[in-house]
Design a protein around this ligand. Sequence first.
Ligand SMILES: Cc1cc2nc3c(=O)[nH]c(=O)nc-3n(C[C@H](O)[C@H](O)[C@H](O)COP(=O)(O)O)c2cc1C
Length: 135
Amino acid sequence: MRYTISYVSTSNPNVSDIDITQLMDYVKTQNCLLNITGILIYSDGNFLQVLEGAKEVITTLFEKIKKDPRHYNIIKMLDKEISDTSFSDYHSSFTVISDHDGPIELQKFLKKEKLSNPEHFKSIQYLIQKFMKLL
Ligand SMILES: Cc1cc2nc3c(=O)[nH]c(=O)nc-3n(C[C@H](O)[C@H](O)[C@H](O)COP(=O)(O)O)c2cc1C
């Protein structure tokens, strides 16, 4: 079984755009190494992150993320097991999106998510749409 944790948070005002870009690059590289899939979206001073991977890896990482001074107001939204699929293992990549990226990357992520995690796709889509104020 894989595990997912999802949360929203607010970026610390003293974190610059450059810091955000560096964080996004770091997260993408690190999560691919750790076989973590999901997404980190930065929009209008807020983060939304969906982490999917081995339970131990995800819960340990979330404990670290919660203590990170680059953000605050961390509100956890999903914390549950998800079933393993061949897609999540073989197409493992972590998506990062910030204000400058158009909706294309987001659509790509949602398409991939529908294939790899059909049973929790609906909640993820709902959370992302609310977050991006698309509804
Ligand atoms: C909004 C946000 C999301 C983060 N997401 C991840 C992540 O998905 N993977 C990761 O390795 N670090 C992530 N980090 C960074 C971690 O908080 C932490 O700095 C990193 O794991 C290095 O920790 P260490 O130096 O104790 O090993 C995130 C930080 C923030 C502020």
